[in-house]
Design a protein around this ligand. Structure first.
Ligand code: GDP
Length: 300
């Protein structure tokens, strides 16, 4: 239900418009496909993915001699299922065997801290012993905010002062995770993309520390992207993917955007699975990405 509410704008942007479109046509022709293409591109599904979807629907219409424009909606749904299916069997967060470390990367403002808080809350609820590391030492506010989330989730936060070396925070957090037998350590990192070189060097340094100090830990590197930025999110993802082997994506703020189609295009383009989607600001508003539930929410 929350998923459905959270995706309301995207649903309006895709299936709402498709409904209007197919009602206004008497027969299936090229104009209809052109308009359908525009709807999908506007919803940020991505150009290539849109083309592939349109081609597949055209083939089906031809081979099955479909005449009724109203059938297009169901064909679209089938195609979306197929595309999301071919990518992954909805890969879950990998935190077994323990200990596990989750490095969370992304540009400032995308919802990194919030997502970390939500994941901590979720894992704590599953009975896991969780520890947080305030690796974004560049902004005092980021450290404070992570502590607020730590309190909310009932999870300890390892932190240093503003301006200290992020890799040193992560080093300490790893020692603390060991000492306390934490099953999952979740690390925040800085996200100053305007200073790309420093950011990447900082991330690489953190990765070296993890490699050296915690090589036995199950590792996830999650990139957080703001879905409202649509295709820009894909550009950011490409940059981060150069510095770090991203193992999963978190798409935030789907509740505020009609560009939720980006979820469909992005994992296909990057070949990295979407693991979570954010559909609001509360601690419950981070959901495991379930492609079937996602498509059903758009069409339901
Ligand atoms: P960070 O700079 O990447 O750590 O970003 P924050 O975690 O501070 O988030 C920036 C803003 O986005 C905050 O106001 C969050 O409440 C908000 N936010 C994060 N995730 C979501 C989401 O899924 N939906 C909505 N509506 N807001 C979100």
């Amino acid at each position: 239900q929350r998923l459905k509410e959270g995706l309301a704008k995207t649903k309006q942007g895709i299936t709402g418009k498709v409904d209007e479109l197919i009602k206004s046509y008497q027969k299936i022709d090229d104009d209809l496909f052109d308009e359908l293409e525009e709807i999908l591109i506007t919803a940020d599904i991505g150009v290539q993915t849109t083309m592939d979807i349109i081609d597949a629907i055209k083939d089906k219409v031809k081979s099955e001699k479909i005449k009724d424009p109203l059938a297009i909606k169901e064909l679209l749904k089938e195609q979306l299922f197929e595309i999301l299916n071919e990518l992954s069997d909805d890969e879950k967060l990998k935190i077994e065997p323990s200990p596990a470390i989750i490095l969370v990367v992304g540009v400032n403002g995308v919802g990194k801290t919030t997502s970390i808080g939500k994941i901590a809350h979720r894992l704590k609820g599953e009975g896991k012993k969780v520890l947080l590391a305030a690796g974004d030492t560049f902004r005092a506010a980021a450290i404070d905010q992570l502590q607020v989330w730590g309190k909310r989730a009932g999870v300890e936060v390892i932190h240093h002062q503003e301006g200290s070396d992020p890799a040193a925070v992560i080093y300490d957090a790893i020692q603390a995770a060991r000492a306390r037998n934490a099953e999952v350590l979740i690390c925040d990192t800085a996200g100053r993309l305007h200073n790309k070189k420093n950011l990447m060097m900082e991330l690489e340094k953190i990765f070296r520390v993890v490699e050296r100090e915690y090589s036995n830990a199950t590792r996830e590197v999650l990139l957080v992207l703001d879905a409202t930025t649509g295709q820009n999110a894909i550009q950011q993802a490409k940059i981060f993917n150069e510095a770090a082997d991203i193992t999963g994506l978190i798409l935030t703020k789907l509740d505020g955007t009609a560009k939720g189609g980006v979820v469909i295009g992005i994992s296909r383009e990057l070949k990295v699975p979407v693991k979570f989607i954010g559909v609001g600001e509360q601690k419950e508003d981070l959901q495991e990405f379930d492609s079937k539930a996602f498509v059903n929410a758009l069409f339901g």
